[in-house]
Design a protein. Structure first.
Length: 281
């Protein structure tokens, strides 16, 4: 496995692979890798000849500078995991390498980016689109792999690819969970042992709400999740929305869509955790 920090060096190596007719996959990450990321790399390796994994904590998608500062950075451990899982190339650029000058591009994909995270983290998706579009232009992959835990992000990236005309396939991969149900996240490393136990109530509530939804209205199911989270000391609900899985717009009735997803964001102590669950489709 090779590690590159320089854009031109990476592009040169990938151009050679492309001339040899090799299929190239990209797995964009911000590092602090876990088995969720590993599952993306394994799938990419099974379906392509060359797997490039970017490890870059992108400053333009953080609207909270403290969040950026405390985001875990574990490049050495990340590289060990990636080599084990079959990655061929790690791209770990500096901020100056990715942004030699300020990226002033503005991305707008309403209504996908005007709800949920778009409300609570203004500018976040603009930063995501800035860095992901740059990575697509640098690596020119045939396929790019993203986890479904970031459900809204995945929908927005698909729309960006469509609107910008990138010639690649976006592959969404299922949420990977711990044995006890907690969705794997780089932010889990910031939880204390006690907070981690408390955080289990997020996935537990979502799983219970799927059964609950079979005999209750959509509005009742939403209320069930909201009240269940509110009842747990140490958890603070930021939002829970039951949405159409394609448009991300909130729904009033189960019969209003055949593809329905519940998206949640909860603070466990000071750590912001996201998760989602599929109800229909």
């Amino acid at each position: 496995m090779k590690v590159f920090n320089n854009i031109n060096e990476l592009k040169s190596v990938l151009a050679t692979h492309r001339l040899e007719g090799k299929k190239i996959a990209l797995v964009p990450t911000m590092g602090a890798l876990h088995q969720g990321h590993a599952s993306l790399v394994r799938k990419a390796a099974a379906e392509n000849d060359i797997v490039v994994v970017s490890v870059f904590v992108n400053p333009t998608q953080f609207n909270d500078k403290n969040d950026l500062k405390k985001y875990p950075r574990t490049l050495e451990a990340d590289c060990e995991l990636l080599e084990r899982e079959g990655a061929d190339i790690v791209f770990s650029p500096s901020v100056d390498e990715m942004y030699p000058e300020e990226d002033k591009r503005q991305f707008s994909f309403p209504p996908l980016d005007t709800v949920m995270e778009g409300i609570f983290r203004p500018g976040h998706f603009n930063g995501v689109c800035q860095v992901v579009s740059k990575l697509f232009m640098i690596a020119e992959p045939d396929k790019a792999y993203f986890g479904e835990k970031d459900f809204q992000q995945l929908a927005i990236i698909r729309e960006m690819v469509r609107k910008m005309g990138f010639k690649l396939e976006i592959v969404g991969c299922p949420i990977i969970r711990e044995m006890d149900g907690l969705a794997l996240s780089s932010r889990n490393a910031l939880l204390s042992a006690e907070e981690r136990k408390t955080a289990l109530n997020i996935s537990k509530t979502l799983f219970e709400s799927v059964d609950y939804s079979k005999t209750h209205t959509l509005r009742e199911a939403k209320g069930f999740v909201e009240s269940s989270i509110a009842a747990v000391d140490g958890l603070k609900l930021e939002y829970f929305e039951i949405v159409d899985g394609n448009t991300l717009q909130s729904l009033e009735e189960w019969q209003n869509s055949s593809y329905i997803v519940g998206c949640i964001t909860v603070f466990c102590g000071s750590v912001r955790l996201i998760d989602n669950i599929k109800y229909r489709g």
